[in-house]
Design a protein around this ligand. Structure first.
Ligand code: BGC
Length: 499
């Protein structure tokens, strides 16, 4: 309940800002948020004396107001971003040099739920590599057996050969576990969740790494070829039949159970979307027109903002970008996805410590370390509704090494998380609204969404829905955001099965 009201107070605050009563709405909003409903005397007048006193249990109001200003996106801003987004989609469909790569996936039909067969699926998302046996039983029923392997930082940043050898070793371990021989011959779908210039259904050149990967000798190469080479080195006989992005996989897997699925979105370590486009809307497509007239497009929407598009970044976003493994790339992704939300928060906290606005100016070695404040910490803090914010205290004192926190500190940290988490959800809504506007499906369609941020970050889905309402009005009610768990691998298996 508390969070419900917190979210709606946020929406009212935004409404206030856009209707030109920013100053008083801001003060009123902050008062309500911090002190609870305004105190009234028995004549019904608000007690203004409180404004001049700084309650030691409350964060500094100027600090809060500044952060609100930096991180809040108004309805008007969202609406104009959607317009730019749709335009950038169209530019990407015309040429490969636009900010959105808008990559034709070579997937030209969606499953209808009747497909059957047993296929292997490999899924490299971010920190995990999954090997999965997918049984398509028809009637939209899928049964899977899978094993998850952790991709270490050394593998992410070593050589491509080591990385792909690791994938082959994982397949060997999995086949042994499900008691299939190493020389088994089955179809295999490979989900590779990075930008790839797709040349055929089972061929694609890696464009560039994202999400902290830098393994050498992969960019510019056909990733199916690299996988197939590793299989040969390790004595595996399996042929790769399909290569897909995780967004394409998510879309296809969900279409198997819900035919009105036109969009697949990942909100996890990274972010991206795929959708069903009409081929006559893709001027850059020079291949034969498929009989379906449709093509699934992998947008690579995480790149938005990398081309000087004015995304409302703060100085913290800029610091993060400069220090990242891929500066000036994936700006939208860096404002939305799980790899980065904790890091933006860390930059804000470090700054507030340096100015003495937080923890009486005392930081910690743990908090000074890049990427050492996980987005999962933000989830815990946002979920903390205890009076003393005691779980927030555990995160800060036990996990982040801060010696002593006051209630005011903890309230400030919680507000920082809310602001950064809300901005991420509202920016995600811009993308979703943009895609649905572009394909004219505002009257109803399903958006399949997967990824840890969507699944585990508190209020994320509701904040997206609130923002969608602000942007597309009542049409938002016809947009179904469906949680599509583990669809990415299954989707690649389905693509392999039908190709
Ligand atoms: C990659 C996309 C991927 C997304 C979600 C991004 O960093 O560029 O290809 O779909 O992460 O995993």
């Amino acid at each position: 309940m508390t969070s419900f009201w917190a979210d709606h107070r946020g929406a009212l605050f935004l409404f206030g800002v856009t209707t030109g009563v920013a100053a008083s709405a801001t003060v009123q909003y902050l008062r309500t948020l911090l002190f609870g409903p305004a105190d009234h005397d028995f004549h019904g007048h608000t007690d203004h004396n409180k404004d001049s006193l700084q309650d030691p249990n409350q964060p500094n109001q100027e600090t809060l107001a500044r952060l609100e200003r930096d991180f809040t996106l108004t309805t008007a801003q969202l609406q104009s971003l959607v317009k730019v987004f749709v335009n950038d989609m169209k530019r990407g469909l015309r040429s490969d040099t636009s900010v959105f790569k808008m990559i034709p996936s070579h997937v030209t039909s969606r499953p209808n739920g009747t497909e059957t067969g047993t296929v292997l699926a490999l899924d490299l998302g971010g920190s995990n590599f999954r090997v999965c046996e997918v049984n398509l039983e028809g009637k939209g029923v899928v049964r899977t057996r899978q094993r998850k392997f952790v991709v270490s930082d050394d593998l992410k940043t070593g050589t491509g050969e080591e990385l792909f050898d690791f994938f082959a070793d994982c397949v060997i371990a999995f086949l042994a576990e499900i008691k299939l021989p190493k020389d088994v011959n089955m179809k295999l779908g490979f989900t590779f969740s990075f930008p790839v210039q797709q040349l055929a259904i089972n061929k694609g050149i890696a464009i560039q790494w994202t999400k902290g990967f830098t393994a050498s000798g992969v960019e510019g190469k056909d990733v199916v070829g690299l996988l197939q080479d590793a299989f040969h080195r390790k004595g595996l006989k399996i042929e790769v039949s399909a290569l897909a992005n995780d967004t394409v996989g998510t879309l296809i897997a969900h279409a198997y159970v819900d035919a009105s699925t036109y969009v697949g979105v990942i909100l996890g370590t990274g972010t991206n979307a795929a959708y069903v486009e009409r081929v006559d809307q893709i001027p850059k497509w020079k291949g034969a027109a498929p009989s379906s007239g449709e093509m699934v497009i992998n947008m690579e929407w995480g790149a938005w903002g990398s081309e000087g598009v004015l995304l409302p970044t703060t100085s913290y976003d800029k610091q993060l970008d400069r220090a990242s493994a891929n500066p000036r790339a994936q700006i939208y992704e860096k404002m939305i996805s799980g790899l980065y939300l904790g890091e933006i928060t860390r930059y804000v906290l470090v700054d507030l410590i340096s100015t003495g606005e937080l923890f009486r100016g005392r930081g910690s070695a743990a908090l000074a370390k890049p990427y050492n404040f996980d987005t999962a910490n933000m989830s815990r803090i946002e979920r903390d509704h205890t009076i003393e914010l005691s779980d927030t205290r555990s995160v800060l004192e036990e996990l982040s090494g801060i010696q002593h926190t006051s209630l005011a500190d903890r309230r400030l940290v919680k507000r920082v998380c809310e602001l950064i988490g809300t901005r991420a959800a509202r920016l995600s809504a811009v993308g979703i609204a943009g895609v649905i506007t572009k394909i004219n499906r505002l009257d109803g369609c399903t958006v399949a969404v997967d990824g840890s941020v969507f699944e585990y970050y508190p209020h994320f889905a509701n904040r997206i829905r609130d923002a969608l309402r602000e942007v597309v009005g009542v049409n938002a009610e016809s947009i179904v955001l469906a949680q599509a768990r583990d669809g990415s691998g299954q989707g690649a298996a389905l693509i392999a099965a039908i190709n």
